[in-house]
Ligand binder design. Structure first.
Ligand SMILES: [Ca+2]
Ligand SMILES: [Ca+2]
Length: 267
């Protein structure tokens, strides 16, 4: 990815996000640099700047590990804030389909939305206890039926269209979100890989190049996720979401939304 390209879309995304939600705007410098710069580089990310590979991953793990943890029931109300439709404050935007649906339709029936674990909870078997299973950085509102269609499938290109899926596709061993959610999914999965390293009572989550990972603590396919990160850069919606999680709920950030080039720097 070209540095100039990163700077231009990054600036637009942050500016738009700040306007949308009225947050204190993260300041984006205009100094030419080889990578994205954010207001958090001299503070939150101070110890990670300039690093690559396992050194960067280790540093980011240390930085993002301290967090406020939610109960699974508290996730319902949090998602109504983090994923609010910017054009309709009564609704949330659903992952994979992009549909806008009433916040009050949270539940388990057809037509409701529920809590999608983008890193499928069976991959590492962390369930719904407070921890990775309640981490807002990978939890998204999702149509009940489409959530069931995704199940615990790994991510890969290909398959046939999901009904009302906004362009998402599925086959026997993998799922692909609609194009506008592909980068979001990649950055959520890779956040989980860095945040959960097996040192806090949960499995060490890692991406790999497989599908059919089942209950192993892995998620594929890494090469596809890397391509999705490039093809679908962070949007204003995703930036705002990261900021709200940081400011209001967990006090930690998804580094790959702030610095998508760190995906390639680590993997
Ligand atoms: Ca996106
Ligand atoms: Ca890990």
């Amino acid at each position: 990815m070209l540095a100039t390209g990163i700077r231009s879309w990054k600036s637009v995304a942050l500016t738009t996000a700040a306007v949308l939600v009225g947050l204190a705007a993260p300041v984006v410098t205009t100094t030419p640099a080889a990578a994205t710069t954010t207001a958090y580089d001299s503070t939150y990310y101070k110890n990670a700047i300039g690093k690559t590979g396992t050194s960067l991953k280790s540093s980011l793990h240390t930085i993002i590990t301290p967090q406020t943890k939610l109960s699974y029931s508290a996730v319902w109300d949090a998602l109504k804030v983090t994923d609010q439709d910017p054009n309709n404050s009564n609704n949330v935007i659903l992952l994979y389909s992009g549909a806008s649906r009433s916040k009050s339709l949270n539940g388990g029936d057809v037509g409701d939305w529920n809590r999608e674990h983008t890193w499928a909870k069976s991959h590492g078997d962390f369930g719904e206890v407070t921890g990775p299973g309640t981490d807002l950085h990978h939890l998204r509102p999702c149509d009940v039926t489409i959530n069931s269609t995704r199940g615990n499938l790994d991510f890969d290109n290909g398959g046939s269209s999901v009904t009302n899926g906004g362009g998402s596709t599925v086959d026997s061993d993998s799922f692909a979100p609609r194009a506008a959610d592909r980068g979001d999914v990649a950055r959520m999965i890779l956040y989980m890989a860095v945040r959960y390293e097996g040192d806090d009572g949960f499995a060490d989550l890692e991406p790999n190049e497989k599908v059919g990972n089942g209950s192993n603590p892995y998620m594929g396919k890494l090469a596809v996720l890397k391509a999705w990160n490039e093809a679908d850069p962070p949007s204003a919606f995703e930036e705002k979401r990261n900021q709200v999680i940081y400011d209001t709920y967990q006090k930690n950030r998804n580094p790959f939304i702030d610095h998508p080039e760190w995906v390639e720097a680590i993997w």
